[in-house]
Write a protein that binds this ligand. Structure first.
Ligand SMILES: [Zn+2]
Length: 424
């Protein structure tokens, strides 16, 4: 590991994302990027020691510049490393044949009810070896990194049984140790009712509560718990029981809510104090209001809406009513097989009418809040981890304007240069 200080200077636009108060950014504060023109960062032992203008830090560190690795950002844009707070990136197989079926007019739920969808991924994930899953997920993580992501959340949920659930979580744990991207794990045993439990949904809910949660906790494999609360999947009442059991065991609740049908998932998220509620395509004003009052973060996934041909979530109304919004790829083989947070930022603007500034907040600081990591990542401030991206553009506005392109130049994680655009 590089223990020399690193001095990044000549940053044309430094988006620090510094927050004026604790907790996620809401309303107008989502547009406050803490911009510094001609910015600079001084990094010691993987942490940010100072943030300011190039002139300020040049003066402050004049006596130490010789001992530092000096990086010239060439007038480019620097932002915090992107945070992807909602993925299912550990899975077996691929589902491109379903994609073609959907293009012919079959719906996602029709395919799932015919034994495809989550069930087909669950079978392939169960059949895959630990090493097979590990290697495929590692390749995906490398791609995330090249698209500027330095921290990612990952969910289990493709296990038709406890053994496969644990295998997915162990793969994430091993990758977290070996791969430079930090991985936050979420147990999502309640992603679908396995085929082997068909017609016995209640028995499966009991299995999740009484067998799976204790096994996950015993190995310390997860920090969050999530449920696919949806019509014909897990009801409000079942979701509440599972999430409360997880909470009692020490897991922080998240919830896939109101994605296909509005069943009251947003209200449930507010009721149980979930950290975030995900998707929210069909959430109405009452659900949004409940989330705002309870401080639940909305984690919106526009790539999924695009891929499924659905209307996106009502991000504008959420922001205007005071809900903190985060965005994510939802990387998964069925409804969003992308690893590109830059694309998701573009889609947040184009599909949900979020502004470029709100979009950057949603992909960095608020995304960090959605995985309870805002104390160490998500913004570039003294004492935080030195996770940041240098982009091949001069302003954050260009990132959203020149859409569909990966503008990443270089990526640092804990002060280490991991994606190096300087040699190209
Ligand atoms: Zn999901």
């Amino acid at each position: 590991m590089n223990r020399r200080p690193v001095w990044i200077q000549n940053i044309g636009e430094l988006a620090t994302l510094k927050a004026s108060q604790p907790g996620p950014k809401k309303g107008a504060e989502m547009s406050n990027l803490g911009l510094i023109e001609n910015g600079s960062l001084w990094i010691e032992k993987g942490r940010i020691e100072a943030v300011g203008t190039t002139v300020q830090l040049k003066q402050a560190y004049a006596a130490r510049i010789e001992e530092a690795d000096v990086i010239d950002a060439g007038g480019g844009l620097v932002t915090p490393g992107l945070v992807d707070p909602h993925t299912h990136f550990v899975y077996g197989g691929s589902r491109e044949e379903e994609f073609e079926k959907r293009l012919q007019g079959f719906t996602y739920m029709e395919i799932m009810n015919a034994g495809g969808g989550i069930h087909s991924t669950a079978e392939k994930t169960a059949a895959a070896s630990f090493n097979g899953l590990y290697n495929e997920a590692r390749v995906r993580l490398d791609l995330f990194l090249r698209h500027g992501v330095t921290t990612i959340e990952g969910k289990s949920g493709y296990g038709p049984n406890l053994e496969t659930e644990l295998k997915q979580l162990r793969v994430m744990q091993a990758l977290n140790e070996k791969h430079p991207i930090d991985i936050i794990s979420t147990f999502m045993g309640a992603h679908a009712v396995p085929k082997s439990y068909a017609g016995q949904e209640e028995r499966y809910v009991e299995t999740v509560i009484n067998e799976m949660i204790p096994a996950v906790m015993e190995e310390g494999l997860a920090e969050f718990i999530d449920v696919f609360c949806e019509k014909d999947v897990f009801s409000i009442e079942q979701s509440r029981r599972i999430l409360m059991a997880g909470k009692a065991a020490g897991l922080l609740p998240k919830i896939h809510a109101d994605e296909i049908v509005a069943t009251g998932g947003a209200e449930l998220a507010a009721e149980i104090g979930a950290v975030s509620a995900e998707h929210l395509l069909k959430t109405g004003p009452a659900g949004i209001k409940a989330m705002a009052e309870a401080g639940v973060i909305a984690c919106l996934l526009p790539a999924t809406a695009l891929f499924l041909g659905e209307e996106p979530a009502d991000a504008r109304r959420m922001i205007d009513l005071g809900v903190a919004v985060a965005i994510s790829t939802d990387c998964n083989p069925g409804s969003s097989p992308t690893v590109s947070m830059p694309l998701v930022m573009n889609l947040a603007c184009l599909m949900m009418k979020m502004t470029p500034a709100e979009t950057l907040t949603a992909a960095t600081y608020n995304a960090a809040c959605a995985i309870s990591r805002e104390d160490s990542i998500g913004s570039l401030e003294e004492g935080k981890q030195a996770d940041f991206v240098l982009w091949n553009v001069r302003s954050y506005r260009e990132l959203q304007y020149r859409f569909g392109v990966n503008h990443v130049h270089s990526v640092w994680k804990r002060g280490e240069l991991l994606v190096n655009g300087f040699n190209q």
